[in-house]
Design a protein around this ligand. Structure first.
Ligand code: SF4
Length: 105
């Protein structure tokens, strides 16, 4: 998996475009490494067991129990994209809500 930043989002960041993104986080696979909050301390913090919490998110129901969803508007998409890319078990995904495409990891 390439760790190189998507240049589209780097360029748009410079133009201060506001991105509408959906963050999807599967807490069941978290390995407690803490990389996500180093990359994006606005959206992640750790709970008492050192598992990541997606701040102000909603938990899914039924089969999606343990999966957390959060929609954000940001001019700094690289923060959450880096969090998703540096997460070793890849339990964080980022969707661009305008294009419908997964942009990280
Ligand atoms: S980077 Fe991934 S494995 Fe590490 S604390 Fe964050 S969600 Fe958990």
């Amino acid at each position: 998996m390439s760790q190189i930043m998507d240049k589209t989002y780097e360029h748009e960041r410079a133009a201060h475009k506001t991105f509408k993104l959906r963050i999807i986080y599967n807490k069941k696979g978290c390995l407690s490494s803490g990389h996500c909050l180093l990359s994006d301390p606005y959206d992640f913090k750790l709970d008492d067991e050192f598992k990541a919490i997606l701040v102000d998110s909603k938990e899914g129901e039924g089969l999606q129990k343990g999966v957390f969803f959060k929609d954000i508007e940001t001019t700094e998409p690289h923060l959450i994209m880096n969090a998703a890319k540096t997460c070793t078990p890849k339990v964080i995904a980022v969707i661009d809500l305008e294009t419908g495409k997964r942009i990280a990891p």
